[in-house]
Write a protein of this length. Structure first.
Length: 203
């Protein structure tokens, strides 16, 4: 079995490919949310949200559905949820929030298809303030939905980064940071205006 270091190194070097929007992505989210609720005790999972580019209609993206799951406790995520999902073939990482080997940490899972291709990224966090950055990703999602021109700018940036870093997910992600932070700052200043009338996707 590979060490954690080897698994992380392999994961971050996987191909970065941006594809046109696929209308099946919302359904892939809904089906995975249903699966998680079916195999994990109800008391451990509260809210499940679809975020990231696959949650923005019309936006090109990596064909990986990002999911944000509110759990009752991170201890439960490690001791009760992780064994269930690992037994089903999910990759599991106890992951730092900000790219450094320091707290706070959260449970992160990768689901793959029969060919070993990533299909879902699942981030499990609590509602604690230390995870505010995760929940603000929903504001970023909603802003892109309500501001198509900004979504197109984001799409162009992602295509440029994917071309420049086809096998370096860390560099690709870091290249998006300033854009995401700038838009998220707008939502903090006027969250209602930034979000518009967009409703959160149904579970």
């Amino acid at each position: 079995m590979n060490t954690l270091e080897e698994r992380v190194r392999s994961a971050v070097r996987e191909d970065v490919a941006i594809v046109p929007y696929d209308s099946r992505w919302p359904d892939l989210f809904r089906r995975e949310a249903e699966h998680l609720r079916s195999c994990i005790p109800a008391a451990l999972i509260r809210r499940i949200e679809h975020f990231g580019s696959t949650a923005v209609p019309g936006l090109a993206a990596k064909p990986i559905v990002d999911m944000l799951v509110e759990v009752s406790s991170l201890r439960a995520a490690r001791t009760e949820i992780a064994p269930v999902l690992r037994s089903q073939g999910y990759d599991y990482f106890w992951r730092p929030n900000f790219g450094d080997d320091i707290p706070p940490w959260h449970a992160f899972f990768i689901r793959r298809d029969e060919s070993g291709i990533r299909t879902h990224h699942i981030h499990m966090v609590t509602r604690r303030r230390t995870f505010q950055q995760h929940w603000e990703r929903l504001l970023f999602r909603d802003y892109l939905i309500s501001h198509p021109e900004t979504a197109r700018d984001y799409e162009r940036l992602k295509l440029e980064l994917a071309a420049a870093h086809p096998n370096d997910r860390v560099a690709y992600t870091n290249g998006k940071t300033a854009f995401i932070q700038r838009i998220t700052a707008k939502t903090r200043l006027s969250p209602n205006k930034a979000r518009g009338c967009v409703k959160s996707p149904a579970e």
